[in-house]
Each structure stands twice: as structure tokens, then as C-alpha cells.
Ligand binder design. Structure first.
Ligand code: FAD
Length: 402
């Protein structure tokens, strides 16, 4: 395989690859989980990954202080639980345990179903992969969302997205504007405080902030346990009462709560509550200043909706991420224009014509695990009915160049 080159004799040649099994796009936790479950059923596959490593989001696009916020049993992938002393990136040991070897530097440019042959044709730089099954595992967070705010081009300091933010040590003694008050915005603001920077956090939207733990147990774990016995609205009331007791009324400090409760909001819209790991104390003490929406960026800072104007040395965009599926999956009715499956959880994992989606449930790794098990079983059932597959030892066959 290594000897095959996409460039031959100076002329670009596209290698055509018949994949004996499904093509999985993306080697994040979702792609790895499907691969492991397929191996478990004895089904071969190919994973295509645009970067040069597995779990690239976790390895390249996270800030230094980021840790899993949920107890690890809510973040486990199928087939093996995390060991007691699990490593920093548990997915690395997961990949080696199941001998998962993605094809790296294979950015999928287009994927399209060919109705004549009933096959998926997936194109990367230099290769064309063909298979009856396509598993979309490129994630809900494939690309950073960069808003366009009036005057951004005039600002004389750096404007960076949280995907490239590493540590507050770069901003020591600086006044920094953090735009966004979700988990990333709050954590970056906290990190800036801990490095003696002076963060101003813009909280334009409402957000639920919950203690990470209540009475020594994970808040998320408690809510999930209560949900087995109580209606969701009552669980939300209890969680909010405890949150108020522990954190006070966050609206007093500019962080307003949505009308819908945190667990209902998470399950219905996927909007994750912020788990407090020290941010609220910093907001209360005035170390993180909460601002209303930004009206305009100026050369030296920003003007706010309430009429204030401040100078800043840097701006950090904690404005989230989006799916990139619409940019590469062509002529497909299964996804919305935002790149999310049209059919909601728990049925969104299966599309038409051998198309599958994993990790688009807005339920984090718990949703991934549920999708992966179903997808592998469904493909394995079809795989078993394919009679003559003994003609080849490899699951990849290179066809004549096109
Ligand atoms: C800052 C941050 C913190 C988070 N914290 C948590 C948490 O505590 N718990 C939790 O459950 N979830 C958390 N999440 C959600 C996170 O998205 C999931 O944990 C997990 O990374 C999702 O896995 P995935 O495989 O679906 O997507 P990703 O991890 O995004 O993996 C998708 C892979 O697809 C590749 N890819 C994308 N496009 C292409 C293409 N065109 N061709 C080839 N490859 C492509 C990417 O390079 C990437 O490797 C967090 C997300 C962020 C951004």
C-alpha cells in the first residue's frame, strides 16, 4: 500500500480503492467506537481521517486545563470500560486495543451515492474509495464558528478562537474580551484569571450554570439517577434548587438562566449546561466581569450594548463549533443545512442507501456509544449475508487508476 503514490510521473493520478466493508469518515471517538464494534463482529472497514492522528479535536484543539467534566462512566466507548487509572487520552489505548489503524491525511472532499451501482464514492486528495456503506463520524464540532461582528477587521490586537487557545499564560496582566459564556467561554475566563489576566466575558445568551458536584456526587449523575423515578420537570426543579443553594442567583451577576430547565434543555436541544469548576466564585468576586452583548469592535477594544466602551489587548471567540457535513456529503437528504441528521435521536443513526451517522446526538460520548453499537450490528447483519467474500484477504483492493 505504501508504494502506491497519488503523484506518478508528475501527473496526478487518482487511485481507486474498493473497500471490503464500510468506509468510516473521521477518527474521533465516534469513528473509533464504530470501528471497534465492527471488529467485534468480524467486519473489516476503512477509517479516513483528515489529520495525522486519532481524536484530533482532543489532541490539537483543546486548551491545557480541559478535562472531562462528566464522570468517566458517562464518557465510555463501547466494549471496554475505562481502567481505574485511565490515561490522558483514553482513546489512544482504545485504538491500540482494537488494532484500529486509520488512513491519516485523507481529508474527504466529496462523498456521493451512485444510484446505478448502489455504491458510495468517497473522494480524498489522490484517492477514490468505493463501498456499499458510509459511516459519517466527522462530529458536531468539526469547524470553529467565527461570528462576523462589526469592526472586527479594525481591531489592532489578536482575535483568536478557543480552538487555538492553549493557556492564559500568554495573556498575563492583559485585559481580554471573551465572547461567549458556554463551557469554553467560562473555562477560558477562569483560566485567564488564574494567569493574572483580566477577563471580560460577554454573556449575550442565557445559560444554566450548575455545580459540577452536589453532596460529593456528580450533578449529571444525580440527575440521570433521579430521571429513572421522577418526571424531568421535577428533576430540573430539584437540580435548580440545589444549584441556587450552592451558587446563589447567577442572574444577579449577569448570567441569566433559560426558562426551560437544564436537563430538559439538554435532552431536547442538546444545549449543555455549564458545570462550575470555580468560575462562579470568580464572577462573584469581580475577577471575571460579565458584559452584555458587543455592539461593535473598535481599533482598541469594544463598544457594548449598554453603552459602555472598553479597551482590550486581545479578543477570544468562545463561539462554539459546527458540523462540516454539508461541505462534503453531496446530494443527501438525511442532513439539515446545519449538518445534523434530520431524524432526531434515537433514530438518527441510520440514513438511506447504506448511510450511517454516529456522534450527532448532542449527547456526547454516551450518544456515540449508543449509535456505534447499533450501526455495527446493522452492518454486520448485512455483511453476514454477503456470500462470496473469500476472494480477497485484504479489506482494501486497489483498482485500476482512473
Ligand atoms: C472543548 C470541548 C470539550 C468537550 N467536552 C466533552 C466532554 O467532557 N464530554 C463529552 O462527552 N463530550 C465533550 N465534547 C464533545 C466532543 O465533541 C466529544 O467528546 C467527541 O470529541 C465527539 O467525538 P466525535 O468522534 O463524534 O467527533 P470529533 O472528536 O470531532 O472527531 C471527528 C473527526 O473527524 C475528522 N474529520 C472531520 N472532517 C473530516 C473530513 N472531511 N475528512 C476526514 N476526516 C474528517 C476530524 O479531524 C476528527 O478527527 C467536547 C467538545 C469540545 C469542543
Amino acid at each position: 500500500m505504501e508504494s502506491l503514490k497519488a503523484q506518478e510521473g508528475g501527473e496526478e493520478q487518482v487511485k481507486c480503492v474498493w473497500v471490503h466493508g464500510p468506509i468510516i469518515v473521521g477518527a474521533g471517538p465516534s469513528g473509533l467506537a464504530v470501528a471497534a464494534c465492527l471488529s467485534h463482529h468480524g467486519v473489516p472497514y476503512v477509517i479516513l481521517e483528515r489529520t495525522n492522528c486519532i481524536t484530533s479535536l482532543w489532541q490539537h484543539r483543546t486548551y491545557d486545563r480541559l478535562k472531562l467534566h462528566l464522570p468517566k462512566h458517562f464518557c465510555e466507548l463501547p466494549l471496554i470500560p475505562f481502567p481505574l487509572h485511565f490515561p490522558k487520552y483514553p482513546s489512544n489505548s482504545y485504538a491500540s486495543r482494537f488494532n484500529i489503524r486509520p488512513r491519516f491525511n485523507q481529508s474527504v472532499q466529496t462523498a456521493q451515492f451512485d444510484p446505478c451501482s448502489q455504491l458510495w464514492v468517497v473522494k480524498t486528495n489522490g484517492f477514490q474509495y468505493i463501498s456499499p456503506w458510509l459511516v459519517v463520524a466527522t462530529g458536531e464540532n468539526a469547524e470553529p464558528v467565527v461570528p462576523s461582528i462589526s469592526g472586527m477587521d479594525k481591531f489592532r490586537g489578536p482575535i483568536v478562537h478557543t480552538s487555538v487557545y492553549k493557556s492564559g499564560s500568554d495573556y498575563k496582566n492583559q485585559r481580554v474580551l471573551v465572547i461567549g459564556c458556554g463551557n469554553s467561554g467560562m473555562e477560558v475566563s477562569l483560566d485567564l484569571c488564574r494567569h493574572n489576566a483580566n477577563p471580560y466575558m460577554v454573556a449575550r445568551n442565557t445559560v444554566h450554570v450548575l455545580p459540577m458536584e452536589m453532596f460529593g456526587f456528580s450533578t449529571f449523575g444525580i440527575a440521570m439517577a433521579l430521571l429513572k423515578w421522577l418526571p424531568i420537570k421535577l428533576v430540573d426543579k430539584l437540580v435548580l434548587a440545589a444549584a441556587r443553594l450552592m451558587l446563589g442567583d447567577t442572574a444577579r451577576y449577569g448570567v441569566r438562566r433559560p426558562k426551560t430547565g437544564p436537563i430538559e434543555l439538554k435532552l431536547v436541544t442538546g444545549k449543555t449546561p455549564v458545570l462550575d469548576v470555580g468560575q462562579v466564585a470568580q464572577i462573584r468576586s469581580g475577577n471575571i466581569k460579565v458584559m452584555e452583548g458587543v455592539k461593535e469592535i473598535t481599533r482598541n477594544g469594544a463598544k457594548f450594548m449598554d453603552g459602555q466602551e472598553k479597551e482590550f489587548s486581545a479578543i477570544i471567540l468562545a463561539t462554539g463549533y459546527k458540523s462540516n457535513v454539508p461541505t462534503w456529503l453531496k446530494s443527501c437528504e438525511s442532513f439539515t443545512k446545519d449538518g445534523m441528521p434530520k431524524t432526531p435521536f434515537p433514530m438518527g443513526w441510520k440514513g438511506e442507501n447504506g448511510l450511517y451517522t454516529v456522534g450527532f446526538t448532542r449527547r456526547g460520548l454516551l450518544g456515540t456509544a449508543s449509535d456505534a453499537v447499533k450501526i455495527a450490528k446493522d452492518i454486520a447483519d448485512q455483511w453476514m449475508t454477503v456470500k462470496d467474500r473469500s476472494y480477497c484477504n485484504s479489506h482494501i483492493i486497489f483498482l485500476k487508476s482512473t
